[in-house]
Ligand binder design. Structure first.
Ligand code: PEP
Ligand code: MN
Length: 334
């Protein structure tokens, strides 16, 4: 629909679709309202709708994912993450520790993330751990510690939401980007809930999810009206055991073709070792990723979680420097 569409005009389109025997899905984003007609699409002709007041354009969509599909929106979407653009020409590197530990650790981490030239910070307060006996995250206290440390450096924060019951708390702590982790990519109730709010969401790829399953998971968020979705490739499980997961670089151009939404890469959980992170990061940027999610810790040997894959502050700074050249070579900035 046009950006200045009225409720009355929406109602006219909805009635028309229903009278033609189809179901309706209205997705209200901050910038656009998309009305979907669900049913046998051969029975509907886009021309019936094109002339109605308030309609920008109408079309058949053959793909199961509609709103996230490039067919529905040709140009790249640039997401505004508290003033930081994700998906435009400028590449964004989101740096920070795997988990929030202490105020001192987060202050040091925020300082090194800002000093390296990053504009966004990561850190987990709720950790999805394989074993129930390992550190599960600092919880709400962690959100407070994170918010304070990042605010001192003016860095918007990215943190993982595991439980729908924590969504209000995330909003109260003004989390700038909500991360949906690998293990929750197909937690459809969680996806529906983050679809109701307007915060940007990073949707990580499930450990063995196909690209089409991943796109459909994003469609769950989009269908609720939240179109601010960022895909994050973080490595998939294969027969290979020499590294933690296999970074699927091929998914970057494929997603870029299939969706207008930004695509970022997490080289840390893919490789699982700090020494692999620079190579994987460079490959991701060269292949067209819009950003990276990288684990860095003030003192990796003492990290409470994922110590092997965290870069120290100097390694992180060096990585940012080396990515500049790659970004320039492909006509982007960092
Ligand atoms: C994380 O980013 O800290 C994390 C747990 O990632 P993933 O969901 O990709 O395993
Ligand atoms: Mn981690």
């Amino acid at each position: 629909m046009n950006h200045d569409v009225t409720e009355e005009q929406i109602g006219t389109v909805v009635t028309k679709i229903q009278n033609l025997g189809h179901e309706v899905n209205i997705s209200r984003g901050t910038k656009r309202i998309v009305i979907g007609a669900i049913g046998d699409e051969h029975k509907l002709d886009p021309e019936i709708f094109d002339s109605l007041p308030g309609v920008e354009f109408s079309m058949h969509i053959v793909k199961q994912y509609k709103i996230v599909s490039r067919e529905s929106h040709e140009k790249d979407t640039v997401i505004d993450a508290s003033g930081i653009p994700i998906g435009g020409n400028q590449i964004q590197v989101i740096g920070g520790p795997c988990s929030v530990e202490t105020p001192e650790q987060m202050d040091l981490a925020a300082q090194s993330v800002a000093a390296a030239g990053c504009r966004l910070m990561r850190g987990g307060a709720f950790k999805p751990r394989t074993s129930p006996y390992t550190f599960q995250g600092k919880g709400v206290e962690g959100l407070e510690i994170f918010r304070q440390a990042a605010s001192k450096q003016n860095l918007p924060i990215v943190t993982e939401l595991m439980d729908v019951r924590m969504l209000d708390t995330f909003m109260k702590h003004d989390v700038d980007i909500i991360q949906i982790g690998t293990r929750n990519m197909q937690n459809f109730d969680l996806l529906k809930e983050v679809g109701r709010i307007n915060k940007p969401v990073i949707l990580k790829r499930g450990i063995s999810a196909t690209i089409s399953e991943w796109l459909m998971a994003a469609e769950y968020i989009a269908a609720g009206g939240n179109h601010n979705i960022i895909f994050c490739e973080r490595g998939i499980r294969t027969f290979e055991t020499a590294y933690r997961n296999l970074l699927d670089v091929t998914c970057i151009p494929v997603l870029k073709k299939e969706t207008h939404l930004p695509v970022i890469v997490d080289p840390s959980h893919a490789g699982g070792k700090a020494w692999m992170v620079p190579s994987l990061s460079r490959a991701a940027i060269a292949a067209g990723a819009d950003g990276l999610l990288v684990e860095t810790h003030p003192n990796p040997c003492e990290a409470w979680c994922d110590a092997d894959q965290a870069l120290n502050p100097q390694e992180f700074k060096d990585l940012m420097g080396s990515l500049k050249g790659i970004a320039e070579a492909i006509g982007r900035t960092i």
